[in-house]
Design a protein around this ligand. Structure first.
Ligand code: HEC
Ligand code: HEC
Length: 302
């Protein structure tokens, strides 16, 4: 019994060794010769530009091996040792699909977008904030991340979304935003009260077929891609790529996006804001006139 177990373990071990031995051969498909420890090109000339900083991939590679490899993996595909325990899964950099962009859906993010994401971390996930690293180190990491996909050599990042000045927060703006939330069916995923529990919520999956939950506004936490009103504006105008969260850039015009931002703030019932104050005052005096959001609602009727 014991010996057969040993044989099985030993056999598995040999397979693992064989697989490991074959890894550098697979990595030959990269433009440059493979790094023995990391399935990345051994010569990394990719750069990043963050303000006045220039990041260098070669430096970023050492930092990656030290801080990122356990989750994002030796091949940059998100299959690090710890990935099996993590939900949502670490990003697969070989696909070059990113959630937090200032650029249109489907396009590459800017270096600044990646830098911001690394600095901020992903709240409510295992991706920490890397603010303790120096700015130069974070810029170097951005450069290195771009070596994992050939898209970075072939494509340019999309045009950065222009965000117009925010109009004043008024009850009219909030009410119009509320109509848009109904009409554009945000509630189907995010739920009528923004609790992340709409009728479609339970069935949603990301581009890797892993289940994904819509953001729950009532928790009052910041968003994965920022915290300010400008950040919310950017999130639904560019979409969260790799997830069912669409881009509404082609649907919303004029002040529509700002009206929607103002309404979304009222869903954050545990996050104090002037939008929430104004709304709660309005509900206190007009509660009976407010139509509920949802399938049978006339809230979206113009
Ligand atoms: C403990 C695990 C863990 C470690 C360590 C880790 N990450 Fe992540 N990272 C994640 C997870 C999980 C996500 C995906 C979060 C999501 O999709 O909501 C992610 C996402 C990202 C993204 C995607 C940004 C976007 O807009 O989509 C980048 C870039 C990134 N990580 C860079 C890094 C870098 C650089 C390091 C090392 C300095 C690092 N990560 C270390 C878990 C980790
Ligand atoms: C088909 C389902 C679906 C619809 C429709 C939808 N969302 Fe989302 N939304 C999601 C999912 C899923 C996420 C979570 C993405 C993640 O965590 O990576 C999300 C996340 C968000 C976030 C937070 C992103 C962050 O950075 O954490 C905001 C804000 C948001 N949605 C606003 C909206 C608005 C406004 C609308 C309507 C105009 C809308 N959503 C419609 C599925 C949807």
């Amino acid at each position: 019994m014991i010996s057969s177990k040993f044989v099985a373990t030993f056999a598995l071990g040999s397979i693992a060794l064989l697989t490991f031995g074959a890894a550098p051969a697979t990595a030959q498909s990269h433009v440059n010769s493979p790094d023995p420890l990391l399935g990345a090109p051994s010569v990394n000339t990719e750069e990043s530009h963050i303000g006045t900083l220039t990041g260098h991939a070669e430096e970023g590679k050492h930092l990656y091996r030290r801080y990122c490899i356990g989750c994002h993996g030796p091949d940059g595909d998100g299959n690090g040792m710890n990935a099996q325990w993590i939900d949502p899964k670490p990003r697969d950099f070989t696909e070059a699909t990113f959630k937090c962009r200032s650029t249109p859906t489907g396009t590459l993010p800017t270096d600044q977008d990646l830098y911001n994401a690394i600095t901020r971390g992903f709240i409510n996930t295992n991706m920490p904030s890397w603010k303790p690293l120096t700015e130069q180190q974070r810029a170097d990491l951005v450069a290195f991340i771009k070596t994992w996909s050939p898209r970075w050599a072939k494509e340019k990042p999309g045009d950065v979304l222009v965000i117009p000045a925010e109009p004043p927060v008024t009850i009219e703006s909030i009410l119009h935003g509320r109509e848009l939330f109904q009409k554009l069916e945000c509630w189907k995923c995010h739920g009528p009260a923004g609790h992340g529990d709409g009728p479609s919520a339970a069935t949603l999956t990301d581009s890797k077929d892993n289940p994904i939950r819509p953001y729950n506004f009532s928790t009052g936490t910041r968003f994965k891609c920022g915290a300010t009103n400008q950040d919310i504006y950017r999130i639904f105008m560019t979409g969260v790529d790799g997830t069912p969260m669409p881009s509404f850039h082609d649907t919303l015009t004029g002040n529509d996006p700002w009206d929607l931002v103002h309404f979304l703030r009222t869903l954050q019932i545990s996050y104090p804001s002037k939008e929430l104050d104004l709304w709660q005052g309005y509900v206190a005096s007009h509660g009976k006139d407010i139509k509920p959001i949802g399938p049978d609602s006339a809230a979206g009727a113009q």
